[in-house]
Design a protein around this ligand. Structure first.
Ligand SMILES: Cc1cc2nc3c(=O)[nH]c(=O)nc-3n(C[C@H](O)[C@H](O)[C@H](O)COP(=O)(O)OP(=O)(O)OC[C@H]3O[C@@H](n4cnc5c(N)ncnc54)[C@H](O)[C@@H]3O)c2cc1C
Length: 534
């Protein structure tokens, strides 16, 4: 909760209530607030705690979508990739990827070359380098420990990586808040309140007490990701909109023979593409694509998915010899894809749809939508909102206004790296996580010398960041702070040990009593339990 009291909420009629603060809800909130609409954004958990935290973390054109002739989607994605490089350069960075081509590959050299040329043509206005086609010998020079057996050639091309997608979501929410949006996390919407064929608002249960509240809005947006159908349960929408598929990743340390750049390969078991990507000092390997109808609040990697990812990595890099013992942790998410009956999972379109509901004409549901295209989805959605409100839409500016941590980033980063108050690893990490808002973190740390001290084993995270996350970034729990603000929960040991010190910082600087600190710690431990290898 930011700028309003919960008890005041019922007295306001918002232009728009958005249910779900994943990347899509966050992007819509930012755009709509920037264009002057009054916004209430609600999430049953934390900002970005749904699917948006559990992706492959690529802002990509979707090379694979070319196979399905989705040229429009590829062009849109490539355009958005370029925009994100400009409005979020602290979070979105160029990433070279190597595609090895084997005798047994379903996609041979001719297909890959054609794909590469099309990708370059569709991104004619890009700032990233064009692709390079490599001979077998050149490929082995690029990745010397790549399995040479049956290797024919390779291609290198560029996409981008959003190392901390969680913070991309957060910065959209912070930008919305700056423009006057009201944000309430841990607010589960339990009812869409209908009267005379329209919705008048929503009912939600807030916070730890689960107190019931009502909020009124002219238009309601269901941006609940894979939970979209759950929210529609009490409406007349009886056909499912979402056909979710689960995707899992494993995180391992640098392994014997590991490539220095990302690899995008074809899995031998099922010919699906999969990635091995340098990420956060380690390697992110994924993903799977399995139809999912289980409990959306408890998604975790199955042993079969883990075996599949280990086997494919060991086949591609035979020196790796990875086993489950080397996995630091895993994560899984459910893609909120459109429901298409029995179609093969990988063939389901990755396009997004903004669904209207004829029986409730002030309700919109978001179906699909990737991290990559969230901004254009939001633009289309806000244009539609204005049409529905009967108002002229001001021009969308989200493609040119930088996100909060990106304002004058390049010049700021140069100067910040040179300052000697913190060590170089701390400076670099602050820039990677907060962009130019690193200056605000540094400022908060002047309150007390203890806040300017690193507190974690890697000695690169300041005690002040814990305080910053609660005071300035809407963290409500220790889990929010470690997994989606400071990001140290995604380090090798899932912040084991560091979590206790963070809870102590809570006691010292955030007014937590013993009981609160113990509860935060035990909740964090149970939240990360699903990331452990089973
Ligand atoms: C394995 C995997 C890999 C992927 N890789 C990529 C990639 O590399 N690049 C890319 O661009 N995309 C990728 N995606 C797709 C992308 O991550 C998702 O499409 C996107 O994050 C969906 O965002 P969302 O906001 O719609 O949903 P979510 O992030 O799930 O947000 C929905 C929010 O709604 C909230 N909510 C639900 N019900 C309620 C309720 N009743 N009341 C209040 N709040 C509620 C949830 O708590 C949640 O925070 C990947 C997805 C997966 C699963």
């Amino acid at each position: 909760m930011n700028n309003r009291k919960l008890s005041d909420i019922a007295n306001i009629e918002f232009d728009v209530i958005i249910v779900g603060a994943g990347i899509n809800g966050a992007g819509i909130a930012r755009d709509a607030a920037m264009r002057g609409l009054t916004i209430l954004l609600l999430d049953k958990g934390d900002i970005g705690s749904g699917t948006s935290s559990w992706s492959t973390r690529l802002i990509h054109g979707g090379l694979r979508y070319l196979e399905h002739a989705e040229f429009g989607l590829v062009r849109e994605s490539l355009r958005e990739r370029e925009i994100l490089l400009k409005i979020a350069p602290h979070l979105v960075k160029p990433l070279p990827l190597l595609i090895p081509i084997y005798k047994s590959s379903r996609r041979g050299p001719v297909t890959i070359r054609a794909g590469m040329v099309s990708y370059d043509l569709l991104s004619f206005d890009k700032t990233l380098p064009h692709h390079r086609f490599l001979s077998r010998a050149e490929a082995l020079r690029e990745a010397p420990r790549l399995n040479p057996e049956g290797l024919l050639a390779a291609a290198v091309y560029y996409d981008t990586q959003v190392e901390f997608a969680e913070r991309l979501v957060l910065e959209n929410v912070l930008a919305a808040q700056d423009q006057g949006a009201t944000i309430i996390t841990y607010a589960r919407v339990t009812e869409l309140v209908a009267a005379n064929g329209r919705l008048s608002g929503v009912e939600f249960l807030a916070g730890r007490t689960g107190e019931r509240h009502t909020a009124r809005g002219k238009i309601i947006i269901n941006a609940a990701g894979p939970w979209v159908d759950q929210l529609l349960e009490q409406t007349s929408q009886n056909k499912p909109l979402i056909g979710g598929t689960k995707g899992s990743h494993i995180i391992v340390g640098p392994f014997s023979g590991a490539p220095s750049s990302a690899v995008y390969a074809e899995a031998e078991a099922d010919r699906r593409p999969f990635f091995i990507i340098p990420w956060n000092g380690n390697y992110l390997i994924g993903t799977t694509d399995i139809r999912f109808e289980g409990d959306l609040d408890h998604v975790s990697a199955d042993p079969e998915e883990i075996d599949y990812l280990l086997n494919e990595t060991n086949r591609l890099f035979p020196q790796a010899k990875l086993t489950t013992n080397q996995i630091f942790y895993t994560y899984s998410g459910v893609r909120p894809l459109p429901y298409i009956g029995g179609k093969d999972e990988s063939g389901i379109t990755r396009r997004h749809f903004i669904r209207e509901h004829p029986q409730l004409n002030n309700l919109l549901s978001i179906v699909g939508g990737k991290l990559t295209t969230y901004r254009s989805l939001a633009e289309q959605c806000v244009d539609l909102l204005f049409r529905k409100l009967g108002k002229r839409a001001p021009k969308c500016a989200t493609g040119r206004v930088p996100l909060p941590g990106a304002i004058d980033f390049a010049a700021f980063a140069d100067a910040f790296r040179k300052q000697i108050r913190f060590s170089p690893p701390v400076n670099n990490r602050l820039l990677r996580v907060y962009g130019t808002r690193a200056a605000e973190v540094a400022d908060l740390c002047t309150r007390d010398p203890a806040l300017a001290e690193p507190f974690n084993k890697a000695a690169d995270t300041l005690a002040g960041e814990v305080v910053f996350s609660f005071e300035r970034e809407m963290a409500g729990t220790l889990t929010d702070c470690l997994l989606r603000r400071t990001m140290i929960g995604l380090n090798v040991n899932l912040a084991e040990g560091d979590d206790e010190i963070a809870a102590d910082i809570g006691k010292r600087f955030l007014g937590w009593n013993e009981q609160r600190a113990a509860k935060e710690l035990s909740n964090y431990r149970s939240d990360i339990d699903r990331l452990m290898v089973r």
